[in-house]
Design a binder for this molecule. Structure first.
Ligand code: KDO
Length: 330
């Protein structure tokens, strides 16, 4: 995916910003995601968000990247071709590199930490930048889960205890700089690929593995075409409920409050279900014949953090932000 300069962004959003506000009863909220319909974030938006705004808006979800390809959703919102997405910090970092701090390995500690960070004043400037320069409001934080390394190799063929064990392993990571950096920081050879292509790539062996939380491994059936999961927990991953600022500005204050409450309720519901699934799925995956085991987490954490320290990505983080994030954790 291309990177955008801030000037190009202003031109992209100028057209949408100039549009008149929508009449409230005509609102259709198209949401595009690479995730499936059964992914817990999708379920939460359909079951919790949609009914809560049904009085004035029709929620229209598009799954499996069928409307907008993974990684192009924010641009689509900016240009008025989409109203909502489940956006990642990595995607936002394509526009605003400072968002890479939320995509950095071993920074967020757990789901509660993500919520504390999202609601802390330290997030204000990040949210404001996305709104002002991209026309995207970040309404709430959704929990995707702890990402782990999931490989085709059996544990007998390759046991992953430290980053050195991943040398030469072609690990599919989503196609943005922040993701690729994380793949390298893990010690692997990252291969960019969109989510919807991963199952086939694992099946045919064009990649050795992928990284995702356990609920995604099960929902996308990656367990059918892989043999092991090393529980690296290298990223406690999040998404934001991203919403068109143009549409938001056309809503009444009461409707805005309803949209905000609906997004928060959906995020909360999805988070609880995803956390439960993460707990339950280890035994399911073992029953499917996968080896699921914990590597040397200290070795991974030390190596990954060492790769970020002094990096170009870290140079884009606002001064003191990492300390503030850490202070909100345990
Ligand atoms: C993925 O492509 O591996 C990823 O997990 C990245 C996330 O940011 C998120 O977009 C997710 O895919 C999709 O929603 C599919 O679950």
């Amino acid at each position: 995916m291309m990177k955008f300069t801030r000037r190009a962004l202003m031109a992209l959003t100028a057209a949408t910003i100039a549009l008149p506000a929508y009449a409230a009863d005509t609102i259709t909220l198209r949401m595009s995601t690479p995730a499936s319909e059964t992914d817990q974030r999708s379920v939460a938006l359909a079951e919790v968000f949609a009914p809560a705004v049904a009085g004035f808006a029709t929620y229209e979800p598009h799954y499996n990247g069928s409307l907008i390809a993974q990684g192009s959703e924010l641009e689509a919102i900016a240009s008025g071709d989409l109203e909502m997405s489940i956006a990642s910090a990595q995607e936002l970092a394509q526009f605003f590199p400072e968002f890479s701090i939320f995509a950095t390995g071993y920074v967020h500690q757990d789901a509660a930490h993500q919520v504390a960070v999202f609601n802390d004043p330290l997030m204000d400037s990040f949210k404001q930048t996305a709104e002002d320069e991209l026309g995207v409001k970040l309404l709430s934080v959704m929990y995707l889960g702890r990402r782990h390394v999931n490989l085709r190799q059996t544990k007998d063929e390759l046991t992953v205890m430290t980053p050195a064990d991943l040398a030469g392993v072609n690990l599919r990571m989503p196609g943005t700089d922040a993701w690729q950096f994380l793949g390298k920081a893990l010690g692997a050879n990252p291969t960019p690929m969109s989510f919807t292509e991963v199952y086939t790539a694992l099946q045919t062996g064009s990649v050795d593995g992928q990284d995702n939380p356990l609920p995604t491994v099960v929902d996308a059936k990656f367990y059918e075409v892989t043999n092991q999961i090393a529980l690296t927990s290298h990223l406690v991953d999040l998404n934001y409920v991203a919403f068109s600022k143009t549409v938001w500005d056309g809503l009444s204050a009461e409707q805005q409050a309803q949209v905000q409450a609906a997004a928060d309720a959906a995020a909360e519901s999805g988070r609880n279900k995803q956390l439960q699934k993460e707990e339950d799925l280890v035994s399911f995956l073992k029953e499917q014949g996968l080896a699921v085991y914990e590597p040397d987490l200290k070795a991974f954490r030390t190596h990954v953090q060492g790769q970020y320290a002094g990096s170009e990505l870290a140079a884009s983080w606002p001064e003191g932000a990492l300390d503030k994030i850490n202070a909100l954790g345990n």
